[in-house]
Ligand binder design. Structure first.
Ligand SMILES: [Zn+2]
Ligand SMILES: [Zn+2]
Length: 247
């Protein structure tokens, strides 16, 4: 296998830089499109090798195209991530100090919650406690819209969660800052925020909602894979990938 980066690789990378994150279907068609445009060989099952070649050139720049799962729908995504453990590297270019402080405090709320969510009411309340410079209610609402637009947060019915991009890009930072507060999914071993938790206080393992759906599919009496206690939560449906989802 060739490790030489060609025009098709460069085109793929440029699109990743412009988008930040792309779902698996999107990545496959982009791979196809790039190979076609530059008349290079295209093998549908070789996307990960193609990306490996790009990553070998990105490594000295502390960047990487990483594959990860959406906590919302369980689909696979590819994101261009910066691998610095320093805080919020890329964001600091786009946001003011008090905006970053509000984002960090929102992260505190999400990580500290049991279900990986923070309500808009709770976030509006902390905008009063900022030490850098307080944000007005309208400014906070505007900022939250921007954070959703820039794909750092997702919003559903007034509740905010980490976006797939945020988790993939911020994982080293989140693990460094929150340490023991962060739990990994018992099934896929990635960090887990939106998830279900075993209610046995001696166990307390977490499982992502899509991983719950896949793991318990077809089992009549769901039991915790770690302690064998009854799993008391509602088991979500397995959701099939479709090419329209972008987040
Ligand atoms: Zn999982
Ligand atoms: Zn358990």
């Amino acid at each position: 296998m060739s490790r030489q980066m060609g025009d098709s690789h460069r085109r793929f990378l440029q699109t990743m830089m412009a988008n930040g994150i792309i779902d698996e279907q999107g990545a496959k068609s982009l791979y196809h499109h790039c190979c076609e445009t530059h008349n290079t060989q295209h093998a549908p099952d070789k996307l990960d090798d193609f990306i490996e070649t790009i990553n070998s050139k990105l490594q000295p720049l502390f960047m990487q195209i990483r594959k990860g799962m959406s906590e919302d729908n369980g689909h696979q995504y590819y994101a261009l991530v910066i691998m610095a453990e320093t805080e919020v590297t890329r964001m600091s270019l786009d946001y003011a100090d008090n905006e970053l402080e509000l984002f960090r405090k929102t992260m505190d709320l999400i990580v500290g919650s049991e279900n990986g969510k923070a309500s808009s009411t709770d976030i509006l309340n902390i905008s009063d406690t900022l030490t850098t410079k307080k944000l007005k209610k309208s400014e906070t609402e505007h900022l939250l819209n921007r954070l959703v637009h820039d794909k750092w947060l997702n919003e559903k019915r007034g509740e905010y969660t980490f976006s797939t991009r945020c988790i993939m890009e911020m994982e080293p930072y989140i693990r460094t800052v929150y340490q023991d507060q962060v739990k990994v999914c018992h099934i896929c071993h990635n960090v887990a925020f939106q998830c279900q938790m075993c209610e046995n206080p001696l166990c307390g393992i977490k499982i992502h909602n899509p991983c719950v759906a896949r793991y318990f599919k077809g089992r009549t009496e769901p039991r915790c894979p770690a302690c064998d206690d009854f799993w008391p939560h509602e088991i979500p449906e397995v959701r099939q990938p479709h090419s329209q989802s972008r987040r």
